[in-house]
Design a protein around this ligand. Sequence first.
Ligand code: TYM
Length: 333
Amino acid sequence: MNRIFSGVQPTGNLHLGNYLGAVRNWVRLQDQFQCLFCLVDLHAITVWQPPEALRAHTREVAAAMLAAGVDAKKHILFVQSQNPNHAELAWLFNCVARIGWLNRMTQFKEKAGKNRENASVGLYAYPNLMSADILVYKATHVPVGEDQKQHLELARDTAQKFNSDYGQDVFPLPEPMILGAGTRVMSLRDGTKKMSKSDESDYSRINMTDDAETIDLKLRKAKTDPLPLPETPDGLEGRPEAANLLGIWAALANGTRDEAVAQFAGRQFSAFKKELSELAVATLGPINAEMKRYLADPAQIDAILSEGARRARALSAPVLAEVQDIVGFLKAV
Ligand code: TYM
């Protein structure tokens, strides 16, 4: 059976990159797959999170997902820490994945920066927990943005090594699904940097909580270059900001970047930004309003998440029990 697992860190609010690269695709895949969508708070604390901020962000991101169309009745929306089976399988994977594999992870290098010795052990082992998230449900497909590709390759390697070490076909090799024109949305201040929750400038990203005026202002202020938009896709060479803004337009319009180039060929940025802003507001406005409605009732969000966790635990418990038996752990009597 095809099953989707995907996750997002509640380290801040969702931004346009999370939405176009991941959440919007999740919503579209709900018709074809059984889905689990997870707020990965255990991953979040691999870097310091003030406890009250973590609690607030977890509810906010849940509200954003529900508002964007995640169907928590048909599918499962839950918080990672409410299913301890993830952390248990992650420990087993700490003993399967090799240090050499983790040493190659570019995201650890980026996040740990120069001060590697002082990064948390959790940040280093982060990809093993991510493998466990997916494989504790034997999920087969993982819709994510481009930046998660390397982690998914590691999850496949770990699944394969476990299967071959124990001589059993336990885990499927999960397939990444990197879909659409928004798989790598870049910063509005610097077209060579990924749009990210951790960028100190709020003008670098559009948040799912931004109102129409803020979206418009951020897009008007977005970095550009002095030339008009190119006539052909080749003309985007060396113009990362133009490429990014046209890519965002394409993703919002459900088209391709080449189509966006054709539509705005030779136009000035100012005119294009106006249309981009209208499209962004039209897409995000209704989600924003719905999100506010959910956030007005935190108890409802908590109840949805608790129910999701209950169902997630029920799905993963037999997988964890199977794995523990294969590894040779005694069963409690
Ligand atoms: P996170 O929280 O950084 O991002 C959540 C999702 O959003 C995508 N994304 C982007 N897509 C396009 N452009 C961007 N600028 C951009 N920024 C983020 C990410 O690719 C991701 O799909 N490690 C994961 C969370 C995770 C997970 C998992 C994902 C934990 N366990 C298991 C899949 C399966 C992360 O930090 O995502």
